[in-house]
Design a protein around this ligand. Structure first.
Ligand code: APR
Length: 312
């Protein structure tokens, strides 16, 4: 392949991201982890699937050898600890802050031109760590959350109305946490807003399930958090960048005044192309939607302040 993507963290999300990247022949992949053997083993297993899956993307797994990430177009950061039942994403703050800082330093040294896609939680705060540690321009640091939250909302809309998921579209803004802001009037089935198709009570129920979508899976898995859909969402971002698609997707982006928010990562619609975030799209929000978005931003700001107290 003429493109290269490094995936840091060879756990559930990272390995699934690697699998989707090579099976779609989007790029050669380097899988990095601190664990001895695990990234090499998973990479070899994926390489041995290639003749059956019919792809020629190369995949290499390494332990702490960041020199292999040199020349990466994109680095997807999934390193860190996932939550367990009863934990919120915010409970991961201090552990994952240290991990993301360490990983980003090493990546910035060997792949200074790369685009960073952060997946580790708490997402918006970890994006902030990656931006400040790397010193990269804001268009080259972003987080995966909105596509996942929107996909969850779309899944529940499709289940509720018994229609194809392909006919659904949904928009979720804000931080990747309990304060996320699903926007029903911009969420549609074949272009028809769901506000025309469902009662306010049913919409509220779907919105609530979307907000708790991550926790619902954590409570079922018990030993970790979701990874199939998060991996799909990260790969959609990578594909939009690698193919310069100019796709409009909800992603965590560093805002400097957009939506009245400054100095924070928050989920907003962006245009993704070869330069990373090429545009932040500002849509007009109702008073209630704006209030919810500002509350969500305040929750992200609190985490950033906590991190500064922890020595960021
Ligand atoms: N450098 C590289 N890899 C690391 C580091 C580090 N400093 N610290 C931890 N890791 C690795 C772990 O060894 C593990 O293999 O990160 C991997 C994480 O994998 P899992 O525990 O399976 O977690 P996963 O479900 O993949 O979630 C990873 O993504 O969705 C978020 O909340 C989730 O923050 C979590 C992250």
């Amino acid at each position: 392949m003429d493109k290269k993507v490094t995936v840091v963290g060879a756990g559930n999300v990272g390995a699934t991201v690697a699998m989707r990247l090579v099976e779609k022949e989007l790029a050669d992949v380097v899988l990095v982890d601190i664990l001895e053997g695990v990234p090499a083993g998973k990479a070899l297993d994926l390489a041995e699937a290639a003749p059956i899956e019919k792809h020629d993307a190369k995949i290499l797994g390494v332990t702490n050898d960041y020199s292999q990430a040199q020349g990466s177009d994109i680095v997807i950061i999934t390193a860190g600890v996932p939550r367990k039942p009863g934990m919120s994403r915010d409970d991961l703050l201090s552990t994952n802050m240290g991990i993301i800082r360490d990983v980003t330093r090493q990546i910035a040294d060997v792949a200074p031109e790369s685009i960073l896609i952060v997946v580790s939680n708490p997402l918006d705060a970890m994006c902030y760590v990656a931006l400040k540690t790397s010193g990269f321009p804001k268009n080259r640091v972003m987080g995966m959350a909105g596509i996942l939250d929107s996909a969850r909302f779309r899944t529940f809309i499709a289940m509720e109305l018994d229609v194809s998921v392909e006919s659904t579209h949904a928009f979720v803004l804000g931080g990747h946490g309990d304060t996320m802001v699903p926007l029903p009037r911009y969420s549609t089935v074949a272009g028809i807003p769901i506000t025309e198709l469902l009662s306010p009570e049913r919409i509220d129920a779907l919105v609530e399930r979307t907000r708790n979508g991550g926790a619902e899976i954590v409570s079922l898995l018990k030993t970790g958090s979701a990874y199939y859909a998060p991996a799909s969402a990260a790969v959609e971002m990578a594909e939009a960048i690698l193919k310069d698609k100019k796709k409009i997707l909800p992603c965590a982006a560093y805002l400097e005044g957009e939506y009245g928010i400054s100095g924070l990562f928050v989920g907003v619609p962006v245009k993704l192309g070869k330069n990373g975030i090429e545009q932040i799209i500002e849509i007009t929000l109702t008073k209630e939607e704006n209030t919810a978005l500002q509350q969500s931003a305040a929750a992200v700001r609190k985490l950033v302040e906590d991190m500064k107290r922890l020595g960021l």
